[in-house]
Design a protein around this ligand. Sequence first.
Ligand code: AMP
Length: 281
Amino acid sequence: VIVARTRDELERAKRDLRGLGRLALVPTMGALHPGHDSLITLAREEAGAVAASIFVNPLQFGPTEDFTRYPRDESGDLTRLEALGAHLAFLPSTEEVYPGGAPRVTVHPGAMGERLCGAFRPGHFAGVLTVVAKLFGMFRPELSVFGQKDHQQAVLIRRMVEDLELGPITVRVAPTVREQDGLAMSSRNAYLSAEERRQAVGLHQSLQAARQGYVRGERAGARLLGLARVRLGEFPLLQLQYLELVHPETLQSVERAESGSVLAIAALCGRTRLIDNVVLP
Ligand code: AMP
C-alpha cells in the first residue's frame, strides 16, 4: 500500500495508480476493524484501485466530544489495509486538510442533518459533509463506499452528491458488520468497560425485538417502538437518545412500517455514545 500524507504525495500516488482503472475511495477515521474491512473489500470488487483515507476530522466533533481521545492506531491500520489489498492510504495531518484553519465555506446538510444524530450532535453532519466533499475533490473517485452502520451519514452523502452534482461518483453502502453477540462494530467500542460492553448489545437487541414484531406482522410504528423500548429497559446502563422508525431516504418519521423502513437508535452506554439501525425486510 502506498502511504501519502500530503496533497503532493497523494497526486503522485494517484498518477502511479492510474493504470489500474476506476478509483474507489473509502473514507474512515482509522482504528480500523472488520466493519471497515468489508467496505475496502466491496471497493476492491468494484474498482481497479482502492484508496482509504484515515483522518480524524475535528470539524465533525462537538466541543465536549471525544476528538482528542478518539482511538488512533496508524501502524495497525496500515497492516490491515496492506492485507486487504488496498492500494493507497491517505493519512493527512489536520493542517494538510485545513490549511489556514477551519474552512470558511462549508456544506450545509439542511433539515435532514438535524434529525436523529444531528439533533444530539449540532454541526456534526456539516463537518462530515465538508470533509467528504474535500476528499472527493482531492481524489476525484468514481466510487466511494460507506457503511450502513451510519445510515444517516450515508443518506446525506448520497444527497450531497446528487444535490450538488458532485458526480459522476457512485456511492455504495455496505452492510453493518457485527460482533458475535450482535453489537455493531465501532472504533468507539474500545471505550467500553466490561459491564458496559455486556450491556451495549442492548441496542441491537432492542432493534431485533422490533424487527421480530414486524416479521410477525405488526405494522404500527408506535407498537414496534414499544417492543424495542421494553427490551431496552433490560439494560440499565443504556441511556436512550433516540429510537425512531424512519423513511430510509427522507429520514422522516413514519407511522406505519413497511419493507425498507429503518429503525434507528442512539444511546449513551456510560459515557460512550453508540448508534445502530436495522432496515426492515
Ligand atoms: P468511521 O471510521 O467510524 O468514521 O467509519 C468509516 C466508515 O466505515 C463509515 O462509512 C462507517 O459507516 C463504516 N463503518 C463503521 N463501522 C462499521 C460497521 N460495523 N459495519 C459497516 N460499516 C461500518
